[in-house]
Design a protein around this ligand. Structure first.
Ligand code: ADP
Ligand code: MG
Length: 594
């Protein structure tokens, strides 16, 4: 017998409530998948992926990515983890755990009669106030002396490198990451920033973790085209081409270079295309190039010619890599090989082919170019992949710390903000007070989870921490290595402000979406539905005469802060201009041209 649909006979309001409740339960299920991985003593998960490959990881995003269900809530949490990863490079597990906790608390508030809209309002106020408080508490490090700055960065890196598997390699990797990050900084500039875009990560299975290295420059996975060419050149003049140097291209697709002696006409045409190709090769060589890198193919006759001239040739190189090399060596990407000028060439100190493990790489080496590549090594694919993920997080975290400021980890900042929010809640005499308090409680999930994973009693730990914070010890958190409550700044358990802010912002976006979704439409993720609605809103505005560039960005940002329905209401009352102004005020960003 088919089960009776539980929604039959319910009012619309009751149905909406049931759907939100069920969504929250699903969110909890997913978050509970990763809570045990959280923090330095977190456990690894063994996952068998779609291709029966075994992944060993404690990375939130990787776990959610490999859990395949068709539920939109899972999709939303995965999106949250992804966007956290993209915005801050670390903190994915924190974001998902916090989202689930905020939803849980919302559920209890709903059962006490609070409407989701009121809950969201309170959460938003709390988030804004919490971010403000974090900014006030954060300590900038840019103005510290060289030595102290480096020491702080090492501590930040080690806090991020909190993977049990690599515990004996923490110092080694921290040195490596800090060195890489500092190499991207142009200290000669006044306001110098570190730059994650200039730090590339590569991984090759084989050898041990300690064989991982930092290269100044780039590693491109490829081989030099011909054995006769040099495999190592110094003081290189590098040309970058996006040109088809195959014989076919020179005979306009009709012939290949080869001799069919039976057909005199063909010989004639071959001679023609050969002489064209030869002219082109001569003009390329005349530019003074000694390393030629092409996005497309190069004919074997041409490679012989270049080999004879002692020129290194790389072909079929991905455009993405060509662009990276262009930035590194300062070369222009040229698409007409006949017009390659000496001024189009870039400079590299050395170009060298190396066999690393079972793979061939060409190293484009350039000192002080502010571009580095970290090559991760490790005995098994599982180890290399996990160290790669861990180093990825550590690199982003270290860059963020260098560019912004730092906060205490180990649950300290969250307990401190909770403490402040509890006071702030009292200034609001509406029902929102309950939800501001719930937001404060939710933040403490960080300390509670760290405690739980260390085998401590989460509630007792929380009581102690709250008591310390009420006495003004604002940096007190849990050091899970010693299971002591201590000043996290002194212990060097520190994290970047940017990551902490992104956790709250991203989490709020997802929580609002889930609390507002009172309908369950399978197959199409809620995020996609929201996106369709946003696009429709923007189209409507454009049709009413607004300039898209002026409104779109501000509208999307406004939605992140206030939710779509609220923004729409505000537009009805006050017009698009007001939305832009208010959002600029809240986000501190500028939108549009006018
Ligand atoms: P996420 O994906 O959120 O970065 P992690 O598993 O990397 O999750 O854990 C990060 C948390 O671990 C942060 O809250 C950080 O403060 C905490 N942490 C790192 N090192 C320590 C430590 N020695 N003691 C206590 N907490 C720590
Ligand atoms: Mg982390």
């Amino acid at each position: 017998m088919r089960e009776k649909n539980p929604l039959i006979g319910k009012t619309e309001k009751e149905i909406h409530r049931l759907i939100i409740e069920s969504n929250i339960k699903v969110a909890n299920m997913f978050s509970s998948l990763i809570t045990s991985t959280f923090g330095p003593v977190g456990l690894h998960k063994i996952i068998v992926d779609e291709d029966n490959f075994i992944i060993v990881t404690r990375d939130g995003r990787t776990i959610l990515q490999n859990t395949h269900t068709d539920h939109p809530i899972e999709g939303l949490l995965l999106e949250l983890a992804k966007s956290q990863d993209e915005e801050a490079g670390d903190g994915t597990t924190s974001a998902v755990i916090l989202a689930a906790e905020l939803l849980n608390k919302a559920l209890s508030l709903m059962s006490e009669g609070l409407h989701p809209t009121t809950i969201i309002e309170g959460y938003r106020l709390a988030a804004k106030e919490g971010i403000k408080a974090m900014e006030e508490l954060a300590v900038p490090i840019k103005n510290e002396g060289e030595k102290k700055k480096k020491e702080i960065l090492r501590r930040v890196t080690k806090t991020a490198l909190n993977n049990k598997h690599f515990i004996h390699y923490k110092n080694f990797f921290a040195e490596m990451v800090v060195e890489a990050v500092l190499r991207t900084v142009d200290f000669e500039k006044g306001e110098a920033n570190a730059n994650t875009d200039n730090i590339y990560l590569e991984r090759v299975q084989g050898k041990g973790l300690r064989d991982s290295e930092v290269y100044e420059g780039l590693l491109i996975e490829t081989r030099i085209v011909m054995p006769g060419m040099p495999t190592h050149l110094k003081n290189c003049k590098v040309a970058l081409l996006d040109a088809d140097l195959s014989a076919e291209a020179f005979s306009q697709g009709k012939l290949t270079i080869g001799f069919n002696l039976k057909d005199p006409e063909q010989i004639e045409r071959n001679r023609y295309s050969y002489s064209l190709l030869k002219d082109t090769m001569e003009s390329i060589a005349a530019s003074g190039v000694n390393v030629l890198i092409n996005h497309k193919g190069i004919d074997s006759i041409a490679t012989h010619f270049f080999a004879e001239k002692g020129i290194i040739v790389l072909r079929d190189i991905k455009m993405e890599n060509i662009k990276k090399i262009a930035r590194l060596v300062g070369a222009k990407i040229v698409s007409d090989p006949a017009s390659l000028f000496p001024s189009d060439l870039g400079h590299a100190d050395e170009v060298e082919e190396r066999k690393i493990g079972d793979f061939y790489f060409v190293v484009v080496h350039k000192k002080n170019a502010k571009v580095v590549t970290l090559l991760m090594r490790g005995g098994t694919k599982q180890v290399v992949d996990e160290v790669y993920r861990t180093i990825h997080d550590a690199v982003h975290t270290t860059v963020n710390a260098f560019n912004s400021s730092i906060l205490p980890g180990g649950g300290a900042i969250e307990v401190e903000i909770a403490h402040k929010l509890r006071k702030y809640a009292l200034t609001d005499k509406t029902r929102r007070q309950f939800s501001i308090l719930a937001f404060a409680d939710s933040l403490e999930v960080v300390a509670k989870t760290l405690a739980k994973n260390s085998g401590l009693d989460p509630l007792l730990l929380l009581l102690e921490l709250r008591s310390e914070h009420s006495k003004g010890r604002k940096y007190y958190g849990l050091d899970v290595n010693t299971t002591e409550i201590a000043d996290m700044m002194e212990r060097g358990i520190i994290e970047p402000l940017k990551m902490k802010i992104e956790i709250i912002k991203g989490t709020m976006g997802t929580v609002q979406l889930i609390l507002r979704s009172d309908d369950y439409i399978p197959k199409k993720g809620l995020k996609e539905i929201e996106e369709d609605l946003i696009k429709a809103d923007i189209m409507e505005a454009v049709e009413a005469g607004k300039v898209r560039e002026d409104i779109e960005e501000a509208y999307r940002e406004a939605i992140k802060w206030f939710g779509r329905e609220h923004v729409k209401d505000a537009i009805k009352l006050q017009g698009w201009e007001k939305v832009k102004k208010v959002t600029e005020m809240y986000s501190g960003k500028k939108f549009g041209h006018s």
